[in-house]
Each structure stands twice: as structure tokens, then as C-alpha cells.
Design a binder for this molecule. Structure first.
Ligand SMILES: C[S@@+](CC[C@H](N)C(=O)[O-])C[C@H]1O[C@@H](n2cnc3c(N)ncnc32)[C@H](O)[C@@H]1O
Length: 295
């Protein structure tokens, strides 16, 4: 874990998260139900999508209705794993950057996603504000968050086996830089940032070792797939997917440039094979094997 001057970062540099958690971690159920939620919420054709906290690119191919995808992650090694998985396809651009300081001009993207990443952010409102800044008016934001008001947490609280109150609106940091959020707080932060709720799906209702061991995967996925539709009415699952749409508050003309310097917000760059040079502050941002490092 690397605590930067401004914000603490849960840094996955050098992590084998994709292999250990997803590929050998008995997580087919979670992966499949997440794929269903993404398909249901983000099926619109579009031009440019930003995947924030892309990790090793587990979900990237699921955004196939978008023509170009920017994979952004703080960790360079996660992006290298994503490159190995997806290849140097011109559809994908790899950017190592901080979700709190997105290095793009305002109003650039048609859509943004953030899956299993908000739960590492100590200041989620700041990141949500950044998402709105880089989205076009009318752009879509698909957000997954870890829900503190889940059924297991409620039962544990009522049985006095858990101290923290799942109904309280403040985030709970249950381990260092791992937060669960209350659905109402998430909705409030989205609305405060001109991101208007379109649909909620609750996901991973049956994330319990015993159920996963005893009920066939297909059945469990089918049951979750049905239960997801209740997400607009109540949110009691450990994971919630939200689709929000940016309003029309962006007054600037549509984006001309692409990158914005994380140091000075300058939008003019000179690009060569090894770096991007900001024309405003002269900072040189490295480009390493196809990964733009702007953090
Ligand atoms: C749990 S992984 C999820 C990866 C991927 N979205 C998935 O669902 O498989 C969280 C990712 O968020 C990234 N991350 C954490 N804090 C970040 C930040 N401040 N800015 C950018 N990425 C961040 C980590 O490096 C890590 O790759």
C-alpha cells in the first residue's frame, strides 16, 4: 500500500490479484453474475469508454459496444497484465493514473465504468466528481460498489456479532483501504455530481461458501440473474451495480484535446515514442511499452 501525499492509494503494483482471486479463487459465480449485470446495463453502442480501475482487464471485453476503450489503473503491472490478455489492439489505450486526478480533458468520454474499485477509495466523492468532469453531457457511468447494508451484515449486527451499524450512512473501512458504502450515500454523491440514477441491479446475492459448494453454478447464476431485477426496490446484496447518466451542466464546448496534465491541467502536449511533454509546465510523462504513465 502506497500512501501518496494527497490521498491514500490501495496500490496493486506487483499483485497477482487476477490469478489468485479470480482464476484460482473459486469466483466463477461472482464473475458470471457481474458479466450479466454489465450486459444488462451497458449495451448501448458508443465511441469512447473509460474503464477506471481496470486491473488486469477482466471486464474490458464486456464493453464491446464501445469502439475505443481507455483502461486506467494506478498500477502499471496490472495494465501490463491487461495488455497480455487483450494485446496491443488499437481499440485499447493503457493509462497509469490516479482516479482522483484523471488526466483527461473535460467532457471527453461517452461512458465510464468503475467496477470493484470504489471500495478502495477513502474519498469516493472526489473520484465521482472527476468522473463527471471527464464525461460528456448525457454520458453514462456504470458503478459497482460494495454495499454495507447487505443481508449478512444486517444479521450479524442484529445478532451482536458485528459492531458497526449497516444502516448508518457513513462508509465502513473494514480493513485498511477497503470500504463498504451505504446505497443512499452513493445515490446522494452521484446526484450531487450531476449523475442521475437510471437503474440499479443488486448482484452476488448468494456469495456464501456453503451455497457455492452445494448448489450447481448454473443454478446459482440463474437465481442471481433473476434477483438482480429487484435492485431498484431494495439493496441487500453485497455488491450493487448502478447506471447513472450525466446531466447537461457542462457548459464548456466539447473536448478538443485528449490528455490533461495531472500537474498543471495543461492540454497541449508534444508526443514522442518515449514520453508526452506538457507544453504548459514542461513535465515529461513517460510512455512505457504502450502504457502512458500520468500519475
Ligand atoms: C479489486 S481491483 C479490480 C480490478 C477490475 N476492475 C476487476 O473488477 O477485475 C481494484 C483496482 O483498482 C485500482 N486502484 C485502486 N486505487 C486506485 C486509484 N486511486 N486510481 C486508479 N486505480 C486504482 C487497483 O490498482 C486495482 O487494479
Amino acid at each position: 500500500m502506497n500512501r501518496s501525499v494527497q490521498h491514500p492509494i490501495c496500490d496493486y503494483e506487483g499483485s497477482d490479484y487476477q490469478q489468485v482471486f479470480w482464476e484460482s479463487g473459486e469466483r466463477q459465480y461472482e464473475d458470471q453474475v457481474e458479466a450479466i449485470a454489465i450486459r444488462r446495463l451497458l449495451h448501448q453502442p458508443g465511441e469512447l469508454l473509460l474503464e477506471i480501475g481496470a486491473g488486469a482487464g477482466r471486464n474490458t471485453i464486456r464493453y464491446h459496444t464501445y469502439r475505443r476503450i481507455v483502461l486506467l489503473d494506478y498500477s502499471i503491472s496490472q495494465l501490463e497484465q491487461a495488455q497480455a490478455r487483450l494485446g496491443q489492439d488499437a481499440r485499447y489505450l493503457y493509462v497509469a493514473a490516479d482516479a482522483y486526478r484523471l488526466p483527461f480533458v473535460a467532457g471527453l468520454f461517452d461512458a465510464a465504468t468503475m467496477i470493484r474499485t470504489l471500495h478502495h477509495l477513502a474519498e469516493p466523492q472526489l473520484a465521482i466528481q472527476q468522473v463527471r468532469r471527464v464525461l460528456k453531457n448525457g454520458g453514462l457511468f456504470l458503478l459497482e460498489y460494495a454495499n454495507k447494508q447487505n443481508l449478512k451484515a444486517i444479521l450479524r449486527y442484529w445478532l451482536r456479532r458485528q459492531q458497526w451499524n449497516p444502516f448508518d450512512l457513513s462508509p465502513i473501512e473494514f480493513a485498511a483501504l477497503n470500504f463498504d458504502f451505504h446505497p443512499k450515500a452513493i445515490r446522494r454523491w452521484l446526484e450531487e455530481n450531476d449523475l442521475h440514477l437510471k437503474r440499479q441491479l443488486t448482484v452476488s446475492h448468494f456469495r456464501l461458501g456453503l451455497l457455492k459448494r452445494t448448489i450447481p453454478l448454473k443454478v446459482l447464476v440463474a437465481l442471481d440473474s433473476l434477483a438482480q431485477w429487484t435492485g431498484n426496490w431494495w439493496q441487500l446484496s453485497p455488491s450493487v451495480f448502478v447506471l447513472a447518466q450525466a446531466g447537461n451542466t457542462m457548459t464548456d464546448s466539447p473536448a478538443n484535446g485528449f490528455f490533461a496534465c495531472p500537474n498543471c491541467q495543461g492540454e497541449q502536449f508534444e508526443e514522442c515514442v518515449t514520453h508526452l511533454k506538457c507544453q504548459t509546465c514542461n513535465h515529461e510523462w513517460e510512455i512505457r511499452h504502450g502504457i502512458y504513465i500520468l500519475r
